[in-house]
Design a binder for this molecule. Structure first.
Ligand SMILES: [Zn+2]
Ligand SMILES: [Zn+2]
Length: 141
């Protein structure tokens, strides 16, 4: 399964084994502003290809334990990564998935989730259990 930000600067390739899980729409201010909803599948990794390094911005929030990867050319959040025990875990913003092969209905099924107040150790354990791994980022310049 492929995806990209709307200008194509950041693309990714992901091969989930199971039918896609329900997208999770985080209710924090940042994710709501991005209208982001996330999907992942444990035991699968994804590769990210970044064409223009200067249009790739990484932002962090709160505990700083996750990196939010944005394309600044088209202002889209593409994926989130988290380094845990030396391994890179990640989730994909469903807004960047190509709709063909999923069905547009998929995007309407997002469920609201909130992780506010969650302890860092619990947060990291949850990511280890649910997020994709490994996430590989490849720069083409
Ligand atoms: Zn872009
Ligand atoms: Zn959020």
């Amino acid at each position: 399964m492929e995806g990209a930000c709307s200008c194509g600067n950041i693309t990714f390739d992901w091969q989930p084994v199971l039918p896609l899980a329900t997208p999770r729409a985080c209710q924090c201010d940042y994710c709501q502003r991005q209208q982001a909803a996330y999907v992942s599948e444990t035991q699968t990794g994804f590769s990210v290809y970044i064409r223009r390094r200067d249009s790739h911005r990484i932002v962090t929030h709160g505990t700083g334990s996750a990196q939010f990867h944005e394309c600044t050319s088209c202002d889209m959040l593409v994926f989130v990564s988290s380094l845990i025990d030396g391994k890179c875990y990640g989730v994909i913003n469903t807004r960047c998935l190509k709709a063909d092969g999923i069905g547009v209905d998929y995007f309407d099924t997002a469920v609201a989730v909130s992780f506010a107040g969650e302890q860092l150790s619990i947060r990291l354990a949850r990511r280890k259990k649910n997020w994709c791994k490994p996430v590989t980022v490849i720069h083409s310049e």
